[in-house]
Design a protein around this ligand. Structure first.
Ligand code: MLT
Length: 431
């Protein structure tokens, strides 16, 4: 191993300092993280065209725009007041989350729908982005075959790059060492289990970025694959609340056998408008096992619990009170109204794109509309066209992976007024 050192004279002697070394895997990452990169380009455009800056409408990052459900606001106000009196004050809470929130999640999100999940299988956090990124900590570095859909939420790929689980990026942006699962119009953007063996498989339904959902049969095929391969499915269900089609499973744990092969990630960001509040959770069934270096079974929950309690001090009491309020009957009604609003936007955006002859997917069970670029345009070129000519920010499909090239994503998280205006501009630009 090469080591770098500096020699410093100190008090008549010489001290040898070994310089701090970085995690070289970070140098493999390409450009910036997708959404800050989009933000940078939009800021550069606005600086260069100040007269048009005020007209820009952002449909890039999936960030909610509508005020929080009143029940969550009321519960958080009350929780702030709790902190003002010795009798009701809360300091550090349990790292895994307060029992009353874990109970509410298990009951309303799972048991009421006939899905078996226990409160102590739930670990509350500050969001699904952190959880999907942090999960790599508990798996062996560089020793698992990791499968990722393409296009995909970039966090899954980038965090594996950072952890040293991949080789270098190739010309098309794909990393050596990952097993990519192409998602295309031909497979409805739902990949089939591969012929090859994988140890860890990332899945996300309803999908970000394509808005696709998987049927019970498709998810059963993945569970069967995982059980046959001793693999673990890392199932991102952050958009579950947007499912409208009857029969589409709300959780991977709706599928028999999934408790032995899956971890589920969930979030209040999109369900309750909590992107700025921060709260999510992960479900790890007691039965889930993985192997140590000697081939012995280890309960995955034990490792995650150790990690979570060591590196995280719990989501804030105030935030958890807000999240728990979403599970009351009033809370459920109010979150449904939010979701209906965003799905109404998605419908308008889908119709506008179809009306100018574009091919459109998603938007029915998800807040994302996935669209093929006109005339085979590159997705970053189309991003520039939309920004420059319509002053609308979209997300270029290539930012989600090589198979996203030739597509773009429109986020339906916006006010109705902005969405109506975006639809008008799309029709004007492309009609
Ligand atoms: C997205 O736009 O893909 C999401 O907002 C990103 C996220 O949830 O972190």
């Amino acid at each position: 191993m090469i080591s770098f050192s500096l020699q410093i004279r100190w008090g008549g002697g010489i001290i040898r300092c070994v310089m701090a070394r970085i995690n070289e895997h970070f140098l493999k990452l390409q450009a910036g993280y997708l959404f800050p990169e989009i933000g940078r380009r939009v800021a550069a455009f606005a600086a260069a065209h100040p007269e048009q800056a005020g007209q820009i409408i952002r449909c890039g990052i999936g960030d909610v725009t509508e005020p929080l459900p009143p029940v969550a606001i009321g519960a958080m106000h009350k929780a702030v007041d709790d902190q003002a009196a010795r009798e009701t004050f809360h300091g550090y809470g349990p790292e895994q989350g307060y029992d009353w929130l874990r109970e509410a999640i298990a009951q309303v999100s799972y048991r009421d729908r006939g899905v078996e999940v226990l409160p102590d299988e739930i670990y509350v956090s500050d969001g699904a982005k952190c959880d999907t990124g942090n999960i790599v900590d508990i798996f062996a570095r560089g020793e698992n075959v990791i499968a990722v859909p393409d296009p995909v939420y970039p966090v899954y790929v980038d965090t594996n790059v950072m952890a040293g689980n991949t080789g270098k990026a190739q010309a098309d942006g794909a990393y050596e060492g990952l097993l990519y699962l192409p998602c295309t119009p031909e497979n409805g953007f739902v990949p089939e289990p591969p012929k090859e063996h994988a140890d860890l498989v990332y899945l996300c339904f309803p999908n970000n970025p394509t808005g696709a959902v998987a049927t019970r049969e498709q998810l059963q095929a993945w569970v069967d694959y995982a059980l046959a391969n001793d693999a673990i499915l890392l199932y991102d269900g952050a958009y579950e609340a947007f499912i409208t089609e009857p029969g589409i499973p709300s959780s991977i744990f709706c599928i028999p056998g999934a408790r032995r092969c899956a971890i589920e990630f969930r979030s209040f960001s999109k369900q309750g408008g909590f992107t700025g509040v921060r709260c999510g959770y992960i479900v790890i069934p007691h039965e889930l096992r993985a192997k140590d270096a000697d081939g012995n079974d280890v309960a995955v929950e034990k490792l995650w619990s150790r990690r979570h309690t060591t590196k995280f001090n719990g989501a804030s009491y105030i935030v958890q009170r807000g999240a728990a309020a979403l599970f009351t009957p009033e809370g459920l009604q109010q979150t449904q109204a939010l979701i209906d609003h965003y799905l109404g936007n998605a419908k308008l955006l889908s119709e506008a794109c179809r009306s100018v002859g574009l091919r459109v997917w998603g938007g029915t069970n998800a807040p994302y509309v996935w669209v093929q670029t006109p005339d085979g345009m590159g997705s970053w070129d189309f991003f520039d066209k939309m920004l420059g000519e319509a002053h609308v920010v979209i997300t270029p499909g290539a930012g989600f992976g090589a198979h996203g090239e030739g597509f773009f994503r429109i986020s339906a998280f916006n006010s109705r007024e902005n969405v109506v205006e975006v639809c008008r501009r799309i029709t004007e630009l492309l009609g």
